[in-house]
Design a protein around this ligand. Structure first.
Ligand SMILES: [Zn+2]
Ligand SMILES: [Zn+2]
Length: 121
């Protein structure tokens, strides 16, 4: 599981847009402490909830840091956890537009470092 590269907050909030089934690396391996797929701490989940998590790969999604308001795209199974100065504005805005209907409004409007509202400022 990933922490925010800027403010080190953990866990990040995960939004899943598309999932792909893969062959789990081990037969039974459950999430520890925090399950990104279910977006909750293990203590709040039942024993069986995470039995299938490792058989799923998040192809497209978004991670949000509730502390600093940054968001990070997940594309082609890869979370892009870059500091602001290494991020590509055009690429990130294209991502927001692509998943507009799946991304919570507050991220579209106020997400950092890029959002759709502040596009032309
Ligand atoms: Zn899990
Ligand atoms: Zn953060």
């Amino acid at each position: 599981m990933l922490a925010c590269p800027i403010c080190k907050t953990f866990p990040l909030r995960l939004f899943v847009f598309s999932v792909r089934n893969i062959k789990p690396t081990t037969s039974i391996r459950r999430c520890e402490l925090y399950c990104a797929y279910h977006g909750d701490f293990i203590k709040n989940l039942s024993e069986t909830d995470c039995a299938t998590c490792y058989g799923k790969e998040i192809s497209d999604g978004l991670l949000e840091c509730a502390n600093c308001g940054r968001w990070y795209p997940i594309e082609e199974d890869i979370p892009r956890m870059l500091p602001d100065d290494l991020r590509n504005r055009q690429q990130d805005e294209a991502f927001l537009i692509k998943w507009k209907n799946r991304i919570p409004q507050h991220i579209l409007n106020e997400g950092k470092p890029f959002s759709l509202l502040h596009e032309h400022t």
